[in-house]
Structure formats: C-alpha cells, structure tokens
Design a protein around this ligand. Structure first.
Ligand code: NAP
Length: 484
C-alpha cells in the first residue's frame, strides 16, 4: 500500500519542485475513510505568476523544436505512464474514490492521449491556396497559440489534464497547469512521467492553489494567450465574461445532462446492463454520464426490473478492495447534493425503486446507495440541473418526435445515447439530437482520436481528435507577392 511519503507534494515551476511561495499546504482526503493521505503545497496568484514567467521564457525554444523531437518526449511520457499505471491508479483511487480498475483504465486512456497527440503533432499541415492573382502565392500556416493556462476538475484528474497538456505541447505551446484541490497526487505522478521523459524546464509547469487566484493570474498576464478549462457551466460562463478584456482564447468543456434513449427493438437485458454500467461508473460523477433514461413504453417495465436488480447487486466499497464496483462519492458536499436532489424528487412524486439514501453500511466515507427512481417529471431538479450523482431516473416514451424534443429540452448538449438496431431511427436520432457526442449502442464513446465536447451550454471547442490539436494553433495567412 502506498504510503504518504511516496507522493510528490510540491508544485513544479521552471524545472524545479517548489513549495508554495507563502508556505501554504492543503490536506488531500481519502473519500473512502476520510483520512488525510498527504499534505500538498497550496499557493495562489504569486505561484501562478512565477509559472507563467517560466512558461513564457521557455516558449520560443519549445516552439522552435521540431514536432518530431516534441513527439519523442510525449511518446516517452506515454510509455512511462503505462509502466507506472498501477501506482498512478492507486493514488487516483485513494484521493478520488473510483474503483482501481476504473482508475487504471483512466490512466491508460491518458497515456494513449499523449501518444496520439505525439503523432498528430507531426501532421499539423497548413494549406497552399490557389491565388486569383498569379503574381501572388497564398499559404495558411499553423502557429502555436503561446502560453496556455489550464484548470481541471477532480472527476477525471489524469485524463482531463492530459487532453490539454498533450495537444498544447505537441503544438509547440508551453503550459501552466492547475490540478483540482481534491486530486493533486495522481496528477503529480502523471506529471513526473513528463519530467522523466525529458521535458525541458519551463515547458510545462504545475501550480496548486486557490483556483480563482490562479485564474486571476491567467487573465492578468498578456503572455497567457489561451485558457483551457474543464468544469461546471457556471464557472465556464464566468471565464467567458472575464476573457473579454484580454481577448483570451478559451476552450471550455462544461456540464452535461445526457439522455439515454432505448427503442423497443433493442435487446433489453443488454441495454439495461450497459445503462447501469454507464450510470454508476464513477458514481455518476462523469460529464457524459447518462442522467435521464427514456425507455419505450413497450419495454420499460422489463428494462426497469433488470436495471433495479443490477443496481442492487453493485458492490459498494473502498475502491482499493477487490471486486468493488462503486466507490465513495468524491466529497461530503457531493453526498449532500445527492440527498437534496432525491428529497426534491420525492417531494414532487418520484418513487424510489432502490437506494435513495446515504449508505448505512459504512462508518466513514461518502457512500451513497446506487439509486433508481421512477414517476419522474420535469418539475424535479434532477431533470433540470446537472445531477452528477448515482441516480438513474427512468421515464417512458412512445413516439420518436416526442422523445427528440424531450431529449433536447435542456440548456446542455454534451452527450446523448441511443439504443436501437433500426438504421433509420439511429440516423434520425444522430441528426436530431443536440449533443456534441452521440453514442449509438455505445455507452462509453470517448477515445483520443475522436472529437469530444459540447453544444449549447456544455462548452466551446473540442478536445481530442484533430480538433483537439487545432485548438492550440492560430492559423496564419501568408500572402507572397512575386517579382514581375
Ligand atoms: P467547478 O466547480 O466548475 O470546478 C472545476 C474546476 O474549476 C475546479 O478545479 C475548481 O477549483 C475550479 N474553479 C472553481 N471556481 C473557479 C473560478 N471562479 N475560476 C476558475 N476556476 C475555478 O466544477 P466541479 O463541480 O468541481 O466539476 C464538475 C463539473 O465539471 C461538472 O459540471 C462536469 O460536467 C464538468 N466536467 C465537464 C467535462 C467535459 O469534458 N465537458 C469533463 C469533466 C467534468 P477547486 O479545485 O478549488 O474546486
């Protein structure tokens, strides 16, 4: 078992591990037993300014490094992450709560992300555009945006930063990265892989501390040309407002409220199983987690019975223990919010089929019983607010047109899921759903080579795929006049 002394605990600025300038520290808590795992450095604006200085100083040389040499470091990072996946995953489970197998899967997905962007950075082609005037030549070329500041949450503390750091570095940008307060340890272990892969000083830096103060530094400093944020829609909107003065580029991966729609031709048992896995993975604390389950009335009784049975059988416990399928929620606030959502749903007539309360099986830790509810209606907060909770609300539907408008009736547009073997229905749904990510018979659609991001209030821009690399480039138009 990892001991506290094994974890890195400092920030990493200009090639040096450093304490916070003000000497502050923050305790990292294990949500399974509420013990302190480690104390890490915790600073704020001054630390972020030092990291921005380092990233700005490192930018010209990194930009001038060939994509092939940058790729060597990113590919080596991926290899080291795979070698160290057990250690990183263990830290992830201890501070975030998800079961070890999920934590390892997340780590390997992040390693794949580093490898994919290492390769894709070599293919950042520009364009030669035919001129109308033959005494000119037109080129569109790619230019790295500059220093990038990142802020990421606790729910995927290895994967989400990798989706920003890997493409930014591949594109020739330098980075200042802030992990979430609750989950710095697995992030730092991932970051050590970058350092050990040969990252030059200042090219990527880590600051830990008050999020708002670090964002203040990102906004105040002209050298920071772009902010890449993953988190709630509320904070995303604040960043959009704040970006106006410096015209900062933004990539925003925000909240979601994904519908999962099951048509009557689908294999009910198979879909119920996929739905339960998709819902209770990471306790529903997943931006693309299905959170509204619309099941055709012809199969909804059978679907509900199977889903309730499967949810009851899920093994809840400390994610480090063998066989545990659902860990604790990440902090007590999340548990309280889930309790409030369920109380609100009950007060509006919801029927609890299983779960519906904090688990009484544990003396300590933030455990909530996997919950399935029916008799759900639009007046309940669980249908309008992003739940981020282990709760599965099941609703019936009868017509395609009616389900499409119900599915699209939130301000969110991140993910949507459809289960059917009817090609026409699948096509109509894929074209009609207002979501950036659509899984047709696929409950877990994220993969490094495909674009990931939201429509409507779920975000701006895309991560992963070629779009995720392009987000770290400016396109420059070069027009060359020729001598007669
Ligand atoms: P949050 O409150 O927005 O926090 C996200 C991150 O932003 C945290 O690191 C937080 O710092 C920081 N933050 C908080 N206030 C800030 C401010 N005023 N300025 C700058 N940074 C600030 O979100 P959360 O509830 O912790 O995280 C879950 C949310 O993330 C959900 O809405 C989820 O859907 C979304 N998410 C989206 C995606 C996606 O790809 N679209 C992926 C994962 C999660 P602290 O560490 O101090 O809290």
């Amino acid at each position: 078992m990892a001991t506290a002394t094994e974890f890195p605990r400092q920030m990493y600025i200009d090639g040096q591990w450093r304490d916070a300038i003000g000497g502050g520290t923050l305790a990292v808590i294990n949500p399974a037993d509420e013990t302190t795992i480690a104390e890490v450095a915790f600073g704020g604006r001054a630390d972020a300014e030092a990291a921005i200085d380092a990233a700005a100083k490192a930018f010209p040389a990194w930009k001038a490094t060939s994509a092939y040499d940058r790729a060597k470091i990113l590919k080596r990072t991926a290899e080291l992450m795979r070698e160290r996946a057990d250690t990183i995953a263990r830290a992830l489970t201890m501070e975030q709560g998800k079961p070890l197998a999920e934590a390892k899967g997340e780590t390997l997905h992040a390693a794949d992300t580093f490898e994919w962007f290492a390769e894709e950075g070599k293919r950042a082609y520009g364009r030669i555009i035919p001129p109308a005037n033959m005494m000119k030549r037109h080129h569109a070329i790619k230019h790295p945006v500059g220093v990038v500041g990142t802020i990421t949450p606790w729910n995927f503390p290895v994967t989400l930063p990798s989706r920003k750091i890997a493409p930014a570095l591949a594109a020739g940008c330098t980075v200042v990265s802030r992990p979430a307060d609750q989950t710095p340890l697995c992030f730092l272990l991932m970051f050590e892989c970058l350092i050990d892969a040969g990252l030059p000083p200042g090219v990527a830096n880590v600051v830990m501390g008050d999020a708002k103060s670090i964002a203040d530094a990102y906004f105040a400093r002209a050298e920071v040309r772009k902010i890449s944020f993953t988190g709630s829609t509320a904070v995303g909107k604040e960043l959009i407002r704040r970006s106006a003065d410096g015209v900062k580029r933004l990539s925003l991966e925000l909240g979601g409220h994904a519908p999962l729609i099951v048509f009557p031709d689908a294999d009910v048992a198979q879909v119920a199983q996929a739905a339960v896995i998709g819902k209770f993975r990471n306790n529903g604390q997943v931006c693309i987690a299905p959170s509204r389950f619309y099941v055709h009335e012809a199969i909804s009784k059978e679907f509900t019975e199977i889903a309730v049975d499967l949810a009851r059988k899920l093994k809840l416990g400390n994610g480090l223990e063998e066989g545990v399928q659902v860990g604790p929620m990440f902090e007590s606030k999340a548990l309280d919010k889930t309790t409030r959502l369920i109380e609100d749903a009950k007060s509006h007539g919801a029927k609890i089929l299983t779960g519906g309360a904090k688990s009484t099986r544990f003396d300590r830790g933030y455990f909530y019983e996997p919950t399935v509810i029916r008799e759900v209606n639009g007046s309940m907060k669980i249908m309008t607010e992003e739940p981020f909770a282990p709760v599965m609300p099941i609703l019936d539907f009868s017509k395609l047109e009616e389900i499409l408008s119900a599915a699209n009736a939130t301000p969110y547009g991140l993910a949507a899921y459809v289960f059917t073997n009817d090609l026409t229905i699948a096509t109509r749904m894929a074209e009609g759903l207002e979501a950036g990510i659509i899984g047709i018979n696929d409950p877990v659609p994220a993969t490094p080579q495909c674009p990931f991001g939201g429509m409507k209030e779920s975000g701006m821009g895309r991560e992963l795929g070629i779009e995720g690399l392009d987000a770290y480039y400016e396109t420059k138009f070069v027009s060359i006049g020729l001598r007669a």
